[in-house]
Design a protein around this ligand. Structure first.
Ligand SMILES: Cc1cc2nc3c(=O)[nH]c(=O)nc-3n(C[C@H](O)[C@H](O)[C@H](O)COP(=O)(O)O)c2cc1C
Ligand code: SF4
Length: 598
């Protein structure tokens, strides 16, 4: 055991910023993170034990409870639910003789749920020891159970079980690009840094990770970071954490356009004078790690990474991939940087922003996978060409991840400005009741809004496009999202930690038929509190799906309410019934309300 840990520590040069990677690898080798491993790792890295324990306890995919040979985590997004994941989970528990959420007594297996795994176009899905298995059915579960009961190592399971399809349905300039590795760099390097940056600014490219910040301005701010940081190393970080339920477009970009992603990062490094890049890959996409490392190796051989890139003296840059371990909040840029530094993924106070105080407090440019792809296209083909596509305010294309009630779920790339109605027609959706744009933290729209457009000036989106037909109950959709936010809140700030838990329990209370109008008013209050006082975007948006569905589909809430009168959530008068019985009183004065119990 100690030897295995020492080998892992040595592979990471006993570097504390590698703590998350070290813990992940230790678990892969030894099946869990035992208390004594934490001691060894803390000593090896020169860190306090509490720091190592804190990190190990923060991430969903790191296990400190007990050894377990096969850990199975069912994806629990609303689209997995619509495809029957709950029944399949129960079936697998029966096949393996395990209780949900517990490790079997012999330490063989555990079965539980996790947040969306990014396989909504081919769900239901699960992870076994971190490896994704999509398209679950009873037959596939029977094979999985057989392999587990025979104690077959996961590496020997049939590869076909792990095959993840791209489901590429509509390609445009990005997914259909004809560029060869190095094409964009061969145009960008002769331009020089300043002209290249002007091109990126002039292209009107805006970030594709959700907030839509102007990419050229971000890069320029990083290049120009002043003060102590003027001479610091500069870093380029690609956000491939993609944790928003219903979003899986980065998965397909990474599997079909890896060269374009890395080319965009290298173009950025040239523009900002960066020397080191990181791609932060969500743990659920573990299966992409080896192919992506293969692409990086090929690029090094081709002189597209490393020293004097493409013979350009002094332009040295390389990229390393870090794997996440199951924490949605790590998609938030400052939490991601904390995680890259080997810490818990707690969002930082901002300002200062990563452009001046990012990785190791050095200037850092952080962009989404799709943004880097688009930047490579701009470098290769020019700003004027790029801004000619899309709308005046939204240049270029948007890659959408379409899932839910439609005949052809998958990846669709459109010029900005496409209507929701067009996307619904293309994906074969019928009788559509609602579309959730940009995942739970986005917006839910109803049929009278389907002529709205995907664009920053109308429906801005990070990519999720979840379709719900008229057989669906939008209250249940919002309830699933309320559970998601409560589960993923990192707990750092009280309004979000408590507020998301209150939202979840209020939705459960309404589902159980105990809600009143008072509860609906409380949700609106909660939203105001979270918006004003939560520390990061997770808390700010946590009430969005509930308020959107309440506004558009109010009857699905009201039919569950105990009373349409405005009653307090806690029935104090009812709670005092026992005291009244004990004192033998039931007169009006013994009641808080005017009604007298029968
Ligand atoms: C809770 C939370 C999760 C996020 N998850 C992601 C993510 O998975 N991928 C992403 O690119 N941006 C995500 N973001 C947005 C990032 O903080 C950041 O704005 C983005 O990566 C910047 O890249 P861009 O300018 O290219 O859009 C998230 C933000 C929040 C608040
Ligand atoms: S808002 Fe929520 S997720 Fe964000 S820092 Fe606070 S507790 Fe963590």
């Amino acid at each position: 055991m100690t030897q295995a840990l020492q080998t892992i520590l040595a592979r990471h040069q006993f570097n504390p910023t590698r703590l998350l990677q070290i813990l992940r690898e230790a678990q892969e080798a030894l099946t869990w993170i035992a208390p004594e491993y934490i001691d060894t790792l803390a000593a090896g890295l020169g860190l306090p034990r509490a720091r190592v324990e804190g990190v190990a306890g923060f991430y969903r995919f790191l296990h400190t409870d007990a050894p377990c040979r096969y850990r199975l985590l069912f994806s629990d997004n609303i689209t997995d639910r619509m495809l029957g994941n709950q029944d399949l989970l129960t079936t697998l528990c029966e096949m393996l003789w395990v209780e949900r959420g517990h490790i079997s007594e012999d330490g063989l297996a555990s079965v539980d749920t996790t947040s969306c795994t990014g396989m909504c176009d081919q769900g239901p899905a699960l992870l076994v020891n971190g490896w994704a298995i999509p398209r679950l059915s009873r037959e596939r579960l029977a094979r999985i159970a057989e392999l587990i009961l025979a104690q077959a190592p996961v590496e020997t399971w049939p590869r076909e079980l792990f095959a993840v399809a791209d489901n590429l349905r509509r390609a445009d300039i990005l997914l259909g690009n004809p560029l060869q590795p190095g094409d964009a760099l061969r145009v960008a390097l002769p331009l020089g840094r300043a002209t290249l940056l002007e091109e990126i600014k002039h292209s009107n490219l805006r970030g594709r990770g959700g907030a839509g910040f102007a990419t050229g301005l971000k890069w320029a701010a990083c290049r120009d970071a002043a003060g102590d940081h003027a001479n610091a190393r500069r870093y380029v970080v690609c956000n491939a954490d993609e944790g928003e339920p219903g979003t899986f477009k980065d998965r397909v970009l990474l599997s079909t356009q890896a060269d374009l992603v890395f080319e965009g990062m290298t173009v950025c490094a040239y523009a900002i004078n960066g020397s080191q890049g990181f791609l932060y890959l969500r743990g659920e996409y573990r299966y992409l790690l080896a192919p992506l490392n293969g692409v990086l190796a090929r690029r090094r051989e081709a002189g597209l990474l490393g020293r004097d890139i493409l013979g350009h003296a002094g332009f040295d840059f390389d990229i390393e991939i870090h794997l996440g371990a199951g924490a949605y909040v790590c998609g938030e840029e400052s939490a991601l940087i904390e995680s890259l530094e080997g810490k818990r993924g707690i969002p930082r106070n901002r300002p200062p922003y990563p452009v001046s105080h990012g990785y190791l407090q050095c200037p850092t440019t952080l962009n989404n996978v799709e943004t880097f792809c688009a930047a490579a296209l701009v470098a290769a083909k020019g700003a004027d060409w790029y801004r000619g596509i899309g709308t005046v305010k939204s240049a270029g294309t948007k890659v959408l991840s379409v899932s839910g009630d439609c005949a052809r779920p998958g990846i669709y790339e459109y010029p900005f400005g496409v209507t929701v109605r067009q996307v619904l027609a293309d994906c074969g959706a019928e009788n559509t009741l609602a579309v959730q744009i940009s995942g739970p933290s986005g917006v839910c729209i109803a049929a009278d809004e389907f002529d709205r457009r995907i664009a920053f000036e109308d429906l801005a989106t990070a990519g999720a496009f979840m379709v719900f037909d008229r057989s669906r109950d939008m209250f249940e959709v919002a309830r699933n999202f309320a559970h998601f936010f409560a589960h993923e809140s990192c707990g750092f700030c009280t309004p979000c930690r408590v507020g998301t838990a209150m939202l979840r329990s209020t939705m459960d209370k309404i589902a159980a038929g105990h809600g009143t109008l008072y509860d609906l008013a409380e949700i609106e209050k909660l939203d105001r509190v979270l918006n004003q006082s939560a520390h990061c975007g997770l808390g700010h948006t946590a009430c969005n799906p509930t308020l959107d569905t309440l506004k558009r589909f109010r009857p699905s809430y009201e039919r569950r309410l105990k009373s349409l009168d405005f009653e307090p959530a806690f029935d104090l008068d009812g709670a005092l019934a026992a005291a009244r019985r004990m004192t033998g009183r039931d007169d009006t004065g013994a009641h808080l309300s005017t009604e007298i119990e029968a």
